[in-house]
Structure formats: structure tokens, C-alpha cells
Design a protein around this ligand. Structure first.
Ligand code: SF4
Ligand code: SF4
Ligand code: SF4
Length: 455
């Protein structure tokens, strides 16, 4: 039996001071220096881990990067000196989609390779826009695997990229009569996409490619000096023909099929991907491309996970589901590979996008956040990057990205274990393992209150 896929993580501390969420207001002048100070009792060892920084801070408000907000220290201080409050700097991080909590949780995962936990439990609402309108069905959690996600029961997260034959054919000698089409398998359902607007550099792209190689996956790259990297998927513009590439990606254009045919005439084993903007024509264009023989379609939403150039933008999950169902309707869904990208920020987004019909996802912005990007958007406006991301140190960057993917992989295993699914290829389009808020609201409340008004 082949060895289990395992991502080797190791702690990689941040290069810049992280922006902590919670502040413990510590009125030190009244502290009675108790023998059993509550700070030593912190279950997450936060004060100890952050001791060096706290000693130098010498402020009344200390923002603790790793505090989980369990309130134990606040409640137990004998003199009631500790108060809990949210750091105003933290609230300024990111935007309404790339929220401070997503950024902070990504930093934590990139630093430790561990699944993030919340000591205060989940305090938020149980639904919201976008990915938060899908609840995954963890009903199998009552019968988890015998010995956990890393135990004997194997949960397979491998996916295939390429056109798959729909049936096998054998010659009279019993040998396979089909020449199998080129196909690549990767051990996690994620490849790395192009950064939507971040400033990059050959140094940064090399680190991303090297991290992809360590993980056994691939990365899109638009810098021709890196096209020869083992796991590069060249992003082909113009008439360039990738002679050696195993996979290559073309942006959609009226003559994309002709350009791919030309490239395949010199490299027939290459897997061609067409990157298609997720807009109102995505369904018809995807069907057209598949009919013309394209193996893999990359459905790309904007970096907030919404369809582009549309009067009524849809979330990526809805748009991907429409494309997936159109292929199911035609009876050829299993032949082609759908990669979905744009706005995928968390491990759960990867699982939910697959549930909506993608075979795998492309990950972009989280890679930058793993390297401590604050989504301040300075680079979008041509201003200097506060963390000088283009000069990132190679080994640090590779390990932080590997750690992030290690944490995502473990979360995917946890989710699939709890859903009772042992094979990520079976998760594709498996809406029976999800509940959609819109459906639940319609079924439960429409008979009582009537149809929800369209705003
Ligand atoms: S428990 Fe409170 S008063 Fe006692 S040492 Fe700790 S912070 Fe100071
Ligand atoms: S609130 Fe909880 S997690 Fe945060 S520092 Fe206090 S004891 Fe530790
Ligand atoms: S920290 Fe700001 S400037 Fe630097 S890469 Fe991120 S968004 Fe761009």
C-alpha cells in the first residue's frame, strides 16, 4: 500500500510583529505579584510565548497575537486588573471579504501549520453571505474514524487534472485498446493561481513554485524565466508554444482553441487549461470549450469570489454549480476537469467550492497572506509594501506556504471524516453533504411569511 500523503510542517515565526486581535488591559501598577498569577494558567501559554515582546512593550494595553479570548485570565485575576478588548488596528486589516479574522487565522496557520482554534467558541452568526451561506453536514461526526484523521482509515485527497475517458475498450487479446489521454494527479485538491493584483518578483514566484513542488502540486506562473520549473504551469499569452510543459494555461480568447491545437501539435502530451472569467456567459462558453476538446477549464471569479462584468454578481459557489450542472445535464461531466478560483480564503472554502462542483481550486491571495501580507492594497496603488514582500526570504516563504497548506489539508480531512466521505473525488458536486441557507429559508419560512423580497 502506498505511503499516506502527509505534509511536513514546522514552526516558522513571523518576520514582522503580528497584529493581535485581543488586548488585555493590564493595570500593572496595582498588580500584587501573586504567587500563582493567572497569566501562568493560560491554557494556550500566551503570556509565556509573548513574554519577550510584552516585557519590552511597557504599555497599559498589550495586544496578544495568540490570545484565544477564553477570558480565563480576565475572570481569575485576584485584583480584577485584566480587561479584554479588541485591538483597533486589528479591525482595520483587510476588508469585508478578507476579514481581519481570516487574515489573522491565515497568519497563525502559516506560522504553526496547525488548525486554528477559538477558546471562546464560535461567537458569530450561523449564516452570512457567500461561503457562509453554505453549512456543511457533519452528521457522521457521531461515527468518526476509529483512530482520527491520521489513523488507519485512509481519507484520499488526490485529484486528477486532464480529460478522462468515459469508458474502457479492450482488444481481442484483452489488452487496453485505448490510448489513455494525458493526465496528472496531485495529492491535494489545490493548485496555486496567479496573484490578482499583488506585486510579485522572480524571488517570490520561485518560493511559491518550490512550495508547490514540496506539496506535490503545481502553480500558474506568468514569468517566462520560470516556465522551466518542474511544477510551473506556464500562463501562455501571444503565440508562445510551451514545448516541454506538462500543463499550460491560456486566458480565454476567440482563437484560444486554435492556439492550443497548435501547441499540442508539437507537444501532444501537454494538458491544456483555459482560464475563463466567471461571468454570465461562463456556462455556454465552458460547454463550447469542452466540445472543442479542451481538457481543463479554470473558472476564475474576482478576488472577492464574485462573478465579473455582471449586473447582478453571483458568488463563485453559485456560478460554479451552474457550470457543473450544465455538464451533468449533458452527461459529460466526468470527462473534463473544472478548477475554480477567486476569493477562496479558507480551507472550508476549498471544500465548499468542491461540493458545488469544482474538481479542485486555485489558491492565490492566501499565499500572500501566509507571507504576512496585510491586504493593505498599497501595491495596488503603486506604493511601497510595508513588509517588502517582493524581497521575501526563500526558505521562510516556502515553509510558511507549506504550513498553510498543511493546516488546510488537515481541515479538509477533518471535514471529510465528519461528513463520512473518504475520497475527495466523491465530494465533487455532493450537495447532499451541505445545506444552503437560501433553500432552508425558502423551505422553512416561505410557507409562513411568503417569498423574500428581492432587494
Ligand atoms: S493574578 Fe492579577 S494581580 Fe495577581 S499577579 Fe497576576 S495580574 Fe497581578
Ligand atoms: S483570555 Fe484566555 S487565551 Fe487569552 S491570554 Fe487570557 S487565558 Fe490566555
Ligand atoms: S502587505 Fe500591502 S503592499 Fe504588501 S503585498 Fe500585501 S497588500 Fe500589497
Amino acid at each position: 500500500m502506498p505511503a499516506k500523503y502527509h505534509i511536513h510542517t514546522q514552526p516558522m515565526p513571523p518576520k514582522h510583529k503580528p497584529i493581535g486581535k485581543y488586548g488585555i488591559v493590564d493595570w500593572r501598577e496595582d498588580c500584587s505579584a501573586c504567587h500563582n498569577c493567572v497569566k501562568r494558567e493560560c491554557a494556550y501559554d500566551v503570556y509565556d510565548k509573548e513574554r519577550d515582546r510584552l516585557v519590552n512593550a511597557l504599555q497599559y494595553v498589550d495586544y496578544l497575537y495568540e490570545c484565544k479570548g477564553c477570558l480565563c485570565c480576565v475572570q481569575s485575576c485576584t485584583k480584577g486588573l485584566l480587561t479584554w478588548e479588541t485591538n483597533p488596528e486589528y479591525l482595520k486589516l483587510g476588508d469585508e471579504v478578507w476579514t481581519p479574522d481570516i487574515i489573522s487565522s491565515t497568519w497563525f496557520q502559516a506560522e504553526t501549520g496547525r488548525i486554528p482554534v477559538s477558546g471562546a467558541g464560535y461567537p458569530g452568526p450561523f449564516c452570512g453571505p457567500g461561503f457562509d451561506s453554505i453549512l456543511t453536514d457533519m452528521s457522521e461526526i457521531v461515527r468518526p474514524t476509529r483512530d482520527g484523521i491520521h489513523g488507519r482509515e485512509y481519507i484520499n485527497t488526490q485529484v486528477d487534472i486532464g480529460r478522462k475517458p468515459t469508458a474502457l475498450a479492450f482488444n481481442p487479446e484483452g489488452k487496453l485498446a485505448l490510448k489513455s489521454p494525458p493526465i496528472v494527479d496531485i495529492p491535494i485538491p489545490a493548485i496555486f493561481g496567479l496573484m490578482p493584483w499583488h506585486k510579485t518578483s522572480p524571488q517570490l514566484l520561485t518560493a511559491i513554485l518550490d512550495a508547490a513542488k514540496k506539496l506535490g502540486t503545481y502553480a500558474f506562473v506568468d514569468d517566462s524565466s520560470l516556465f522551466a520549473h518542474d511544477v510551473a504551469i506556464p500562463y501562455v499569452s501571444g503565440e508562445f508554444v510551451p514545448l516541454e510543459a506538462r500543463l499550460a494555461v491560456w486566458p480565454d480568447s476567440p482563437d484560444v482553441v486554435r492556439r492550443i491545437e497548435k501547441a499540442k501539435s508539437t507537444n501532444p502530451e501537454m494538458i491544456a487549461i483555459v482560464s475563463l472569467c466567471l461571468n454570465q456567459n461562463a456556462v455556454s462558453r465552458s460547454l463550447e470549450l469542452a466540445k472543442a476538446g479542451i481538457d481543463v477549464i479554470h473558472l476564475l471569479a474576482d478576488w472577492h469570489g464574485m462573478t465579473v462584468n455582471s449586473d447582478k454578481p453571483k458568488h463563485i459557489t453559485h456560478a460554479v454549480r451552474e457550470v457543473h450542472l450544465a455538464f451533468v445535464e449533458q452527461g459529460n461531466r466526468d470527462e473534463i476537469t473544472l478548477i475554480a478560483g477567486g476569493g477562496i480564503a479558507l480551507a472550508e472554502h476549498m471544500a465548499k467550492t468542491i461540493i458545488c462542483g469544482a474538481d479542485l481550486v486555485s489558491v492565490d491571495v492566501p499565499l500572500m497572506v501566509a507571507l504576512e501580507c496585510r491586504i493593505c492594497k498599497n501595491c495596488q496603488q503603486g506604493l511601497p509594501c510595508p513588509i517588502e514582500i517582493e524581497d521575501v526570504e526563500h526558505d521562510y516563504a516556502v515553509q510558511r506556504i507549506v504550513n498553510l497548506m498543511g493546516a488546510w489539508h488537515n481541515q479538509l480531512l477533518e471535514m471529510m471524516g465528519a461528513m463520512g466521505i473518504r475520497e475527495v473525488r466523491r465530494l465533487r458536486g455532493e450537495v447532499g453533504r451541505a445545506m444552503f441557507f437560501d433553500d432552508l429559508e425558502r423551505e422553512c419560512f416561505e410557507p409562513i411569511f411568503g417569498k423574500r423580497k428581492e432587494l
